[in-house]
Write a protein that binds this ligand. Structure first.
Ligand SMILES: [Zn+2]
Length: 475
């Protein structure tokens, strides 16, 4: 079967706009906002996925040993998780959907295991003190399936007509479909994956291949990614792939079903050029490698898994019809992956930036530039219902394409207001300051004002915190 009912993230459409605005000093409002219409969202407000993640601990590293049998769709897993307690903990809370847990240990001693509502609760032999590092070992197994969300199933899924491959596309809360984790976008960690698959199959994962070893029941592929990486960006792909290694400015891999080799090589062939362009505009590429995997299934949208984005068969046609999305997923490596989200409410910081990068790529290759695309986007937006505050759009609208396009327009409005040199200085320093961390809308506004040296409330406030569509001031 091709055509997983995976995800309904809307591909970033291009529309655009411009305008103006007005003026309200932003920084103070952003810090103190109450989330009402026209106001910045409250710090620490309602989380969109309150059942996911724990604030009891923070994670340092996941070491995942996985064996996948495609004939039975069966995953045997062992997770070793290094973490630090934030409070005194009598139990540790992890997210894990469906899969069965066998033995679990904390610091080498057997731990009590309880399951509840998609959680694994581990009871260590003795309470963990606040600030104490500890290690969890968890054996688990089962047939992974996507996690149901308002956006469709997300997480681990099968691919191919004969279902002998797999993919992971977890954004936003699919990670518990395949490993026990602290499923918050702001709990970043290092990852090691040792994935055993049958001979003749490939296993790909975030980061760098450390070892490929013949073992009794197949081949074990070991990858390491120092990250730091959020759970939703972790990914493993298994199945039959052709793989090419490109280079510059970092090692770049592409993987694809054999029958799509020619199309994938052409459609993904300008990724090194994209990396060079964005390195010039945004600053040094934040990770050790990049890559793109085309899986043997249709996907609602590509996903920017860290260092290894995923595309569906339907995104490859040998004509570069979807090349703007190739650029989009690469831009996320800076904005979304390296500079992550403190909370899903701030999603425009991911999608607005990546959509703007699409416009920059278009300009680079001699097609319509950001100014033309922004104005076109504004016209499209102006014909639509304006009922979305993109700075806190609500869970239901997390992947609404207005978040993408209006977010990009907000950046264009900033560019028009401060000029190219200053605008790109804001973007580069935003990444430099928050590289490997997480941030929110208020932090971006404060950062931009600091770099520009004057209040920007009248420029950005209407785009981010109001429902009505502003106009571009200039032009
Ligand atoms: Zn995106």
């Amino acid at each position: 079967m091709r055509g997983l009912s995976l995800r309904a993230r809307f591909p970033c459409s291009r529309r655009s706009l411009l305008t103006a605005a007005a003026v309200v000093p932003l920084t103070a409002a952003a810090a103190a906002g109450d989330g009402a219409a026209g106001q910045p969202p409250a710090a620490g407000g309602q989380r969109y996925f309150p059942r996911h993640g724990s604030y009891g601990h923070r994670t340092l590293a996941y070491d995942l040993r996985l064996a996948y049998d495609p004939d039975r769709a069966w995953l045997d897993g062992h997770a070793r998780i290094r973490a630090v307690a934030n409070d005194t903990l009598g139990r540790v809370e992890l997210d894990l959907a469906r899969l069965k847990v066998g033995e679990a240990r904390v610091d080498g001693e057997p731990a009590a295991v309880h399951r509840r509502d998609g959680k694994v609760l581990l009871g260590p032999a003795r309470p963990l003190a606040a600030g104490q590092p500890f290690v969890m070992d968890i054996a688990y197994a089962g047939r992974p399936k996507p996690v149901s969300t308002p956006f469709g199933g997300v997480g681990w899924d099968r691919t191919g007509d004969d279902h002998d491959g797999t993919l992971v596309a977890s954004q936003p809360v699919g990670a518990p479909s395949w490993f026990p984790c602290n499923d918050r976008p702001d709990d970043k960690a290092a990852y090691t994956f040792a994935v055993t698959v049958p001979r003749g199959h490939h296993a790909l994962a975030n980061g760098t291949l450390r070892e490929r070893q013949e073992v009794e029941d197949g081949v074990r592929w070991t990858y390491h990614h120092p990250g730091p990486m959020a759970t939703y960006l972790a990914a493993v792909y298994t199945g039959r792939f052709g793989v090419d290694d490109l280079s510059a400015p970092v090692p770049v891999r592409i993987a694809y079903p054999a029958d799509l080799a020619e199309e994938a090589r052409y459609d993904l062939g300008r990724q090194p050029e994209m990396l060079r362009l964005f390195t010039g505009l945004f600053g040094e590429y934040p990770f050790e490698s990049y890559g793109a995997v085309v899986v043997d299934a249709d996907l609602a949208a590509p996903v920017e898994n860290q260092t290894l984005s995923v595309f569906g068969r339907n995104h490859v046609d040998g004509q570069r019809s979807w090349e703007t999305l190739v650029a989009h997923e690469i831009a996320h490596q800076w904005f979304g992956n390296s500079v992550g989200l403190a909370d899903w409410r701030h999603i425009w910081l991911n999608e607005g930036f990546a959509t703007y990068a699409e416009w920059l790529w278009s300009e680079h290759i001699g097609e319509d530039g950001a100014e033309v695309l922004a104005r076109r986007a504004w016209l499209d937006l102006s014909a639509r219902r304006q009922n979305l505050r993109i700075a806190d759009p609500g869970r239901r609208h997390l992947f609404d394409d207005r978040v993408y396009v209006r977010g990009a327009c907000a950046l264009h409005a900033l560019r028009l207001a401060v000029g190219d040199e200053c605008f790109f200085r804001v973007l580069r320093s935003w990444h430099a300051v928050h590289r490997g961390g997480c941030a929110d809308t208020a932090a971006f506004l404060a950062h931009a004002e600091r770099v520009v040296g004057r209040p920007l409330g009248t420029v950005l406030q209407p785009w981010l915190f109001e429902r009505s569509l502003p106009r571009f001031d200039v032009g």
